[in-house]
Design a protein around this ligand. Structure first.
Ligand SMILES: Cc1cc2nc3c(=O)[nH]c(=O)nc-3n(C[C@H](O)[C@H](O)[C@H](O)COP(=O)(O)OP(=O)(O)OC[C@H]3O[C@@H](n4cnc5c(N)ncnc54)[C@H](O)[C@@H]3O)c2cc1C
Length: 377
């Protein structure tokens, strides 16, 4: 089903049309092949970049789309409805641009943002470590200042979406007692990446560890002040988790659409299964879940666009949307009966892809922690 969106203006409508066109022509055609073969879709991010989809919420003066978050997230949702891994990687790239866009100096923005926002270079976000995921403040990767004013990086990072492929990483490392943020290059002497993790889903985009063995990066790659890293990481994640909420809604919408189409075709006891009330109501609950989840991320996005606090709402959106995606994709498998449990239909993949949405960019337990801390203030 084409989602009938309430969009703020004609520009936004044109952008959604463009996204749907690219999603139909470039994503839908390649998704099954790459997800099954676990191969990276070479050239696809260059196509998305050339179409202007890799820098949408950032200022036009640096080549961004100048779009409100409300619109950017609906673009992410449209991509996710066709190919979750590509939508997640697009959201992570946008997250990786955030430190320079929001905390970089004028010189850093001018130097890096145009290539980042045009997608000529693609980014990753490197906060997590093997022993520090939810507890990001416990990270141990070190950045030591050299006599020349550069930084020597030593330590292990984990779970990097686009690891080994990205041209740059928003890297978080300890400078003394506190954590700092760097725009690290994707290639440096002393930087190596692990083999791609063997994941349950999102097979087309690699997730790897990174090993920094004393690699030296230029001093002007520090973003913000020394010690400001966790503040930058968490404010980036407030925005990033909205991207994951939008991915989850796109995935849930795709599962719902395929379940409805199947339920109109499949017959049991002499009628279409959608006409059995038990199954029709299951589909109704799925539709209510998708609409409600979309409303939560749009509410948070509109608050962000209006300059209001939105951290609590972003956590609510991530929690609601990803739990909904897990439920809706699981129910979609149910609608397909035994066929849903086979790889012949996409719903089994959607169910596997939904699971990670409850885990990354802050698990849903951590979202509850954030929400409860807001309530306790
Ligand atoms: C496919 C994939 C892609 C990823 N991409 C990236 C990326 O691009 N960049 C990046 O930096 N990271 C990335 N991650 C890492 C991801 O963000 C972490 O896995 C996640 O934050 C959880 O950390 P952890 O795995 O160390 O789990 P842990 O922190 O060890 O948590 C284990 C369990 O304990 C629960 N828990 C922990 N603390 C609490 C608490 N205080 N209260 C209640 N429950 C708690 C958690 O919710 C979870 O259920 C990715 C992970 C995956 C699997």
């Amino acid at each position: 089903m084409t989602v009938d969106r309430l969009l703020p203006d004609q520009d936004a409508k044109d952008l959604i049309e463009l996204t749907r066109d690219i999603a139909d022509k470039e994503l839908a055609r390649r998704v099954d092949e790459h997800e099954r073969a676990e191969t990276y879709p070479e050239g696809l991010f260059a196509t998305l970049g050339a179409a202007g989809l890799l820098g949408l919420p950032y200022p036009e003066e640096f080549g961004g789309g100048g779009q409100p978050y409300e619109v950017y997230l609906q673009v992410i949702e449209e991509l996710a409805a066709r190919w979750a891994a590509v939508a997640v990687a697009t959201s992570v790239h946008t997250l990786a641009c955030f430190p320079v866009a929001a905390y970089g100096t004028a010189e850093q923005r001018e130097r890096w943002l145009p290539d980042m926002l045009a997608g000529r270079i693609v980014g990753g976000y490197s906060l997590s470590e093997p022993q520090a995921g939810s507890d990001a403040g416990a990270l141990t990767c070190r950045a030591e200042r050299t006599e020349a004013g550069d930084y020597r990086i030593t330590g292990n990072k984990a779970w990097i979406t686009h690891g080994g492929i990205a041209d740059f990483y928003a890297l978080f490392a300890r400078t003394g007692d506190r954590i700092s943020c760097f725009l690290a290059p994707g290639a440096a002497e002393g930087l190596t990446f692990g083999r791609p993790e063997e994941k349950m889903g999102l097979h087309a985009v690699p997730t790897t560890s990174a090993h920094w063995d004393g690699a030296v990066i230029d001093g002007d790659r520090l973003i913000g002040e020394e010690g400001q890293g966790l503040q930058i990481a968490f404010s980036a994640l407030d925005s990033g988790r909205l991207g994951i909420a939008a991915c989850a809604v796109g995935l849930a919408q795709a599962a719902l659409d395929e379940a409805v189409a199947y339920a109109k075709e499949r017959q049991t006891f002499g009628k279409r299964i959608i006409d059995h009330q038990g199954l029709g109501f299951l589909l109704a609950d799925m539709a209510a879940g998708v609409d409600s989840a979309r409303a939560t991320y749009l509410d948070a996005a509109r608050r962000r666009d209006a300059g209001l606090d939105y951290g609590r709402q972003a956590s609510v959106a991530k929690l609601v949307a990803t739990d909904t995606a897990m439920k809706v994709t699981t129910d979609a498998v149910q609608v397909f009966g035994g066929y849903g449990y086979t790889r012949e239909f996409r719903v089994e993949r959607y169910m596997r892809e939904a699971k990670i949405m409850q885990i990354f960019e802050g698990t849903n337990q951590i979202q509850r922690l954030v929400i409860s801390r807001h309530l306790a203030k």
